[in-house]
Design a protein around this ligand. Structure first.
Ligand SMILES: Cc1ncc(COP(=O)(O)O)c(C=O)c1O
Length: 367
C-alpha cells in the first residue's frame, strides 16, 4: 500500500522536530548542558525524598490531573491566581500544552499569528489541525510594535501565540501591546516559560480578559525538565473547553508528587532564580565588551548573541565551546533567525559563564 496516499493533508504539512541536542547531552554526560534552557542546579532534596517515597507505588495509576485539586490549588497559589484550582489544568510539559491549545480552537483555515522568531513548536502544531501560520515580523533587534500584529489580522485570525520573555531573543513584549492584543476578538496565548527570570507576568490580566491563556512550565526556574509538567492558567470556562481534549491521566504519578514537593520548597526555587539572574547579567555584560558581538538583552535564562560583525560564525563558536566541554545551541537559519551568526547560551553557574565568556572572547579575537 502507498501509505502516503492515506496520510492526512495536515500531517503531510507537519515537520519532525530535531531534538538531537538532548540526545547529545545524554550521550556525553560530562559536557555542561548550556543548550536547552534547563536549570543546571539539581532538584530540591524535598523533591527527591517525595519521589523516593512514591517509587513503590508505581504499580498504581495516578489520579487524573482534574481531580488532584491539592496540586491545582498549589499551582494557582504559586502563580498568584486568586480564583484557585478551577483556573488551572495540566500538560505533559508545556510542549503538550502547545499541542492542546491549537486543537481546542482551530478549524481548518483558521489563522494563527506567531512572532517570528519565537519558540519553534508553535509553528508546527497548528498545521496538524488545519491551521495556517501567519508570521509577525519584528525589527532587527527583535522588537515588535502593535501594528506588526494588527497589520496581519484577518477575518480568519483565531489565535495569537507568543512567549514572554521571548524564546530565543529573551526580551519582553511590552505589557501595553499585550493589553491591546487582548482587546481584539482573538484567543491570546502567552507562554510564560521564563517568567520567574523576568519577574513579570500577565496573570493579573486573567480576570478582565476571558480570551487570555497563560502557559507555564516546571522545566525552567523550577528545575524539573525531566518530570515533564506544564500548566495552563485561564478562566474556568476556558479551562473546561481545554479539558475536553486533554488526554486522561496525561501527567504521571511521580510527576504529580514531584511537582507538589517542589512547590512546597519555594525558597529553593527563589534562590536558584537569583543565582541565574546574577550570572545572566554578569555574562551579558562580559559579552557586550567583546568587539563584534551583539548581545540581545535577556529577561530569560539564556542569552542570544549575533556575531556577524566579528566574522566568526555561530558554528565555529559552538565547536570551540564544545571542545572546552560546553554544549550550546546554534540557532542560525531557524525561523526568523537569518544568517550564520546566532548562538544561544543557557545560563549555568557563575563559574560556567565566566569560562564561556573567556572562551568566546579568545575565539573571536583569533577571527
Ligand atoms: C518558550 C518555551 N515554551 C516551552 C518550552 C518547553 O517547555 P516544557 O519543557 O514545559 O515542554 C520551552 C523550552 O525551551 C520554551 O522555550
Amino acid at each position: 500500500m502507498d501509505l502516503s496516499k492515506k496520510i492526512s493533508k495536515a500531517v503531510k504539512a507537519g515537520k519532525l522536530y530535531n531534538l538531537e541536542h538532548f540526545h547529545n547531552a545524554w550521550e556525553n554526560e560530562d559536557l555542561r548542558r548550556l543548550m536547552g534552557n534547563e536549570l543546571l542546579f539539581p532538584p530540591s532534596p524535598r523533591v527527591i525524598e517525595a519521589v523516593t517515597q512514591f517509587l513503590p507505588k508505581m504499580n498504581y495509576y495516578p489520579e487524573d490531573p482534574a481531580t488532584n485539586k491539592k496540586l491545582l490549588q498549589a499551582l494557582a497559589d504559586y502563580a498568584g491566581v486568586a480564583g484557585g484550582a478551577d483556573w488551572v489544568t495540566l500538560g505533559n510539559g508545556s510542549m503538550e500544552i502547545i499541542d492542546m491549545l491549537p486543537r481546542t480552537f482551530l478549524d481548518p483555515g483558521d489563522e494563527v499569528l506567531l512572532p517570528c522568531p519565537d519558540y519553534s513548536p508553535y509553528a508546527r502544531r497548528p498545521l496538524l489541525y488545519g491551521g495556517t501560520i501567519v508570521d509577525v515580523v519584528p525589527d532587527a533587534d527583535f522588537i515588535y510594535t502593535l501594528e506588526d500584529f494588527t497589520n496581519k489580522l484577518t477575518k480568519m485570525t483565531k489565535m495569537i501565540i507568543l512567549s514572554r520573555p521571548n524564546a530565543p531573543a529573551g526580551n519582553l513584549l511590552p505589557r501595553e501591546i499585550l493589553i491591546s492584543l487582548l482587546k481584539l476578538d482573538v484567543i491570546v496565548v502567552v507562554d510564560e516559560a521564563y517568567t520567574e527570570f523576568s519577574g513579570e507576568s500577565v496573570v493579573g490580566l486573567l480576570e478582565q480578559h476571558n480570551n487570555l491563556i497563560i502557559s507555564r512550565t516546571f522545566s525552567k526556574a523550577i528545575g524539573l525538565g525531566g518530570i515533564r509538567l506544564g500548566f495552563v492558567l485561564s478562566n474556568p470556562d476556558m479551562i473546561s473547553y481545554i479539558e475536553r481534549i486533554r488526554v486522561p491521566l496525561n501527567v504521571s504519578l511521580l510527576t504529580q508528587v514531584a511537582a507538589l514537593a517542589a512547590l512546597e520548597d519555594a525558597d529553593y526555587i527563589r534562590n536558584n532564580v537569583k543565582k541565574v539572574i546574577a550570572a545572566r547579567d554578569m555574562f551579558s555584560n562580559q559579552l557586550a565588551q567583546i568587539s563584534g558581538v551583539k548581545v540581545f538583552p535577556s529577561q530569560g535564562n539564556s542569552v542570544l548573541i549575533n556575531t556577524h560583525e566579528s566574522g566568526v560564525s555561530a558554528e565555529a563558536l559552538q565547536m570551540h565551546l564544545l571542545q572546552a566541554g560546553y554544549l550550546t545551541r546554534n540557532l542560525s537559519g531557524g525561523r526568523g533567525i537569518p544568517g550564520d551568526f546566532f548562538l544561544r547560551i543557557t545560563i549555568g553557574t557563575a563559574d560556567d559563564m565566566h569560562h564561556v565568556a573567556a572562551l568566546l572572547r579568545e575565539r573571536i579575537s583569533r577571527g
